[in-house]
Design a protein around this ligand. Structure first.
Ligand code: C2E
Ligand code: MG
Ligand code: MG
Ligand code: MG
Length: 276
């Protein structure tokens, strides 16, 4: 309706907004197709140990090879999948694909998987994870699950129980994007995370003002004092990497070290056959 009347008379949305809405609608429809599972694939972005310069883990990032639209990034479909409940199927598939890859890699390489709030409302999630680990013969200690603060806001007390069950499998629970969103310290009160990822926003323009640098330094120092390993996300320059090293931040991730890489590249560089 807005499309018909909106053009000349009451222009509720500009063309870009209209585009975005129709895109959302088609994505929502297309996500329901049974073909989607075959169209999803993963890229892997290394998490670097700043002391050695070597990767300790690979974060699995999902992409959707859409038959018409080409490759769609997770920011354009994860929230839609979350609203429609489809995220549980996608999420399970991501866990499957990641563990299948992990089984082919050198065993000292860890993997990180993103979880969305709705997945944490699935009581069966810990059992599903346990089954996938068993099937692929993967030590749970090789797998981290990254959740954002919204995962803890959205769901009631039982999500914490769920996290504990996942952790009982040996897996780490990591707080993603710390320092963005609502950004209170509450998530840190509510759960005893194994690691914290410092949001890219805290690194952006860090050299433009002394206060930004102090804020970053303080967050890294907080991790050190609590005894939680910090991972700085979105490192794009050598200067940022050097700053993090000087602060003794243990881990980092970002385009400076590596963009997300394909499955093939992962196997070529970290496949078990290459390290024997
Ligand atoms: P995230 O987990 O915080 O992942 C980091 C995002 O930042 C990734 O975008 C990554 O490609 C991008 N990135 C990494 N280094 C840099 C950098 O140096 N500069 C810049 N500008 N960007 C960088 P991507 O792959 O588009 O993923 C976006 C978000 O989608 C992720 O944020 C995560 O929240 C979500 N996501 C991705 N895969 C999955 C998944 O399998 N399940 C769920 N539930 N969410 C996922
Ligand atoms: Mg993440
Ligand atoms: Mg993040
Ligand atoms: Mg993010």
């Amino acid at each position: 309706q807005a499309k018909v009347e909106g053009r000349g008379k009451f222009c509720f949305f500009d063309a870009r907004t209209q585009d975005a809405i129709s895109k959302r609608i088609t994505i929502h429809t297309d996500l329901k197709s049974p073909a989607v599972r075959q169209q999803l694939f993963l890229e892997y972005q290394p998490i670097i140990d700043l002391r050695t310069g070597k990767p300790i883990a690979m974060e699995a990032l999902v992409r959707w090879q859409h038959p018409v639209r080409g490759v769609i990034n997770p920011t354009d479909f994860i929230s839609i999948a979350e609203d429609s409940g489809f995220i549980n199927v996608i999420g399970k598939h991501v866990i499957d694909m990641t563990c299948r890859s992990a089984a082919l890699m050198t065993p000292n390489l860890e993997f990180a998987i993103n979880l969305s709030p709705r997945q944490l409302r699935d009581e069966m999630l810990p059992d599903k994870i346990s089954e996938v680990l068993r099937k692929n013969d993967i030590d749970g200690r090789r797998i981290s699950f990254e959740i954002t603060e919204t995962c803890l806001l959205d769901v009631g007390g039982n999500s914490l129980g769920l996290l504990d069950k996942i952790r009982a499998l040996g897996c780490r629970i990591v707080l993603d994007d710390f320092g963005t969103g609502y950004s209170s310290f509450r998530p840190l009160h509510n759960y005893d995370f194994d690691r914290i990822k410092i949001a890219q926003a805290l690194l952006d323009d860090v050299f433009l003002s002394p206060s930004r640098q102090i804020i970053l330094e303080t967050v890294v120092a907080m991790g050190q004092r609590i005894g939680i390993d910090m991972i700085a996300e979105g490192v794009e320059t050598e200067q940022q990497a050097a700053l993090l090293r000087s602060l003794d931040c243990p881990f980092a991730q970002g385009f400076w070290f590596s963009r997300p890489i394909s499955d093939t590249q992962l196997i070529r560089e970290y496949g078990v056959a290459n390290t024997l």
